[in-house]
Every structure is written in C-alpha cells, then in structure tokens.
Design a binder for this molecule. Sequence first.
Ligand SMILES: NC(=O)c1ccc[n+]([C@@H]2O[C@H](COP(=O)([O-])OP(=O)(O)OC[C@H]3O[C@@H](n4cnc5c(N)ncnc54)[C@H](O)[C@@H]3O)[C@@H](O)[C@H]2O)c1
Length: 339
Amino acid sequence: MIKLAVVGAGHWGPNLIRNFSQGTTSQVRWVVDSDAKRLEVTRSRFPEVQVTQDLAQALADKEVSGVVISTPTSTHYPITKAALEAGKHVLVEKPITADAAHGDELVALAQKQGRLLMVGHVFLFNPAVQKVRKYLEEGSLGQLHYISMVRTNLGPIRMDVNAAWDLASHDVSIANYWLGATPVAVSATGGTWINEGIADAIFATFRYPNNVLVNLHASWLNPRKARDITVVGEKRMLTFDDMNLLEPIRVYDKQVTDARTKPAFIDTFGGFRSSVREGDITIPKVNMGEPLRAECDHFIECIAAGKQPLTGGKEGVAVVRALEALTRSMKSSGREETL
Ligand SMILES: NC(=O)c1ccc[n+]([C@@H]2O[C@H](COP(=O)([O-])OP(=O)(O)OC[C@H]3O[C@@H](n4cnc5c(N)ncnc54)[C@H](O)[C@@H]3O)[C@@H](O)[C@H]2O)c1
C-alpha cells in the first residue's frame, strides 16, 4: 500500500484524490490546501483523509512516500522541490513548472534524491492517443505531413497562465509523444481580451523534424467545446475527436497519388494535375477507460517497481521549453523562434 499526500483540492485535485483512494495499492493519507474552505469540502467528501493547510506537516509524515501536486502552475516548482527534498516521489500536474530552468533543476534533484518525478500529462494515458501512436510507429499513414489540433471551450479562464500554458500544453505533449521528437521552431499569435496580459486564444505552428508541421488552436473563449485532431500522412489520414467517446478515431484511406492526370482542357496552371485516391473510412475499436485512472495506476506501478514513468520530468520540461518558445514568438508578433 503506497501512502500519499495530495496538495491542492480545487477543481482537479478531487479527481486525483478519488482515483488514488479507489486504488487497491494506494491510499491518500493527507490532503493539503492553503484554502480552509476547500479542506472542509474535501473532509465532507473523503472523511477518511486527514487535512491540513501546512504542507510541512504532511511532508514530515514518514508513512507518506508520494506527493501528488494539483495546485496552480506558479506553485509547482516550490512544492515539488520541498517534496523531493523531503525524500518523496512526486506526481505534479502539467505543466511541470512555469519555466524550463526550474524544471531542469527538479529533474536533477529527483535524480540526486533517487526519487520518481512524473508529470500529469494525462492524454498520454488515453487509449485513443496510444492507438494513434501505434499507427504512426508502424508507418501505416506513410510519411507524415502535418497535424492540426483544436482545443476550445468557454472557460475555465485562468489567472496565472495563458491559454497556451493551460490548454496547448496537452497538445504539445501529445505531438511530442506521437512524433517521438520535440519541435525545432514555432511561430504563434495570441489574442488577449479578458484579463490584461493573459492570452485567451492562441494560434501556433510548430515545426518538427522531417518537415512535419503541427498547428494548434487553443482557446477558453469559444462557444464550442472541441478536442479535434487531424493527422495527415502521405498514404492515409486520420481524425481523433476526443468528444466522441465511442468512436474517437476515423482512418481515411485517402491520398494524393503519384499518378498525374491530363485535364480535359489546358488551363493556365499547367497541363497536368495530381489525382486523389479515395478509399474506405474505418473506425477502429478503442477500449476507453478513464485516462486519469491509468495515469494514477502508472505512478503507483513506477514507485513500486522503480521504473521510469512515460511522462517523466524530462518529457515535462520539453513541453515547457516549447511553450517558452511559443511565448517568445507571441511577444514578437509571430516571428519564428527556434528551440
Ligand atoms: N490534466 C488535466 O486535464 C488537468 C485539468 C485541470 C487542471 N489541471 C492542472 O491541475 C492544476 C490545478 O488546477 P485546478 O483547475 O484544480 O486549479 P484550482 O485553482 O481550481 O485549484 C488549485 C487549488 O490549489 C490550492 N492552492 C493554491 N496554492 C497552494 C499552495 N501553495 N499550497 C497548497 N494549496 C494551494 C488552491 O487553494 C486551490 O484549492 C493545474 O496545474 C492545472 O494545469 C490538469
């Protein structure tokens, strides 16, 4: 039985408390929150858990071997550092830190302490995301051309980070995982309307190795909740709609072929046109479980077996580095920034 402290019981924290409390190999001993009202709510929902406003009290508990952090991004660095220094394993929510240098420092600290540092990039535990990665690994889409990702909703509006850090952090983690690479450059534009200095909508294009483009639109100022991804390969294409829980993926057997056709008349654009091939659209079976449950189970398994996690500190810092370059580009009116 691995005993845990969960820090932060706001919107997301209770999902972590629930999953770790339901697991047969984990138990939540402490919930820490600086807001006494959130602790009252926690106590009524999880009466078996001890609550405190004092992080040091939970860290001093020798029975606790892991700390799960679900506080605002700006607080991730000091809380993670304190937990690692106290000899605890850490699962910290995404993004790992608000700056890459702090992230690197935490990765080095975890290594020095011989403790696990995992980041809650929950989409990597989504079976549909894993299925797409398999297609890409097998090369069944052919040479990859581009990925387009849309993540929109009306709210929740953050005060400590912009829409890129809150929403696009998911998409960058997915793209890095699918492509097995990190971006080399990015150009981005952001729009700010609600809170001064905090972009509500961002439009960004990342360049990855092998001439792959990844385009992101992330916004909390949009009437429609959308989680749409399109992956375009040379031989096949696919769509992933995370709002469609039953049939999230469609694979389109469509491509532009090498065969060039002669049009019926000669137009000003040249005598030959590429032709397209349109085959079947298939909907693979995806066994959807709760991705957060899989993430929590993975954290416990990695602690028990001394394994490196799928979403470790290094992977988390790679996402932060991409978001930093995106932020630089937004500040310079969309100039392409290299990573
Ligand atoms: N993986 C996901 O899909 C997902 C979804 C939502 C949020 N998140 C992440 O979870 C984290 C929390 O987001 P949220 O929506 O729950 O935010 P929130 O503001 O609703 O909750 C944060 C909680 O942390 C508490 N807190 C703040 N500073 C603290 C400190 N120094 N010590 C102890 N408690 C402190 C607050 O009182 C609050 O109860 C963020 O990093 C966010 O990016 C992840």
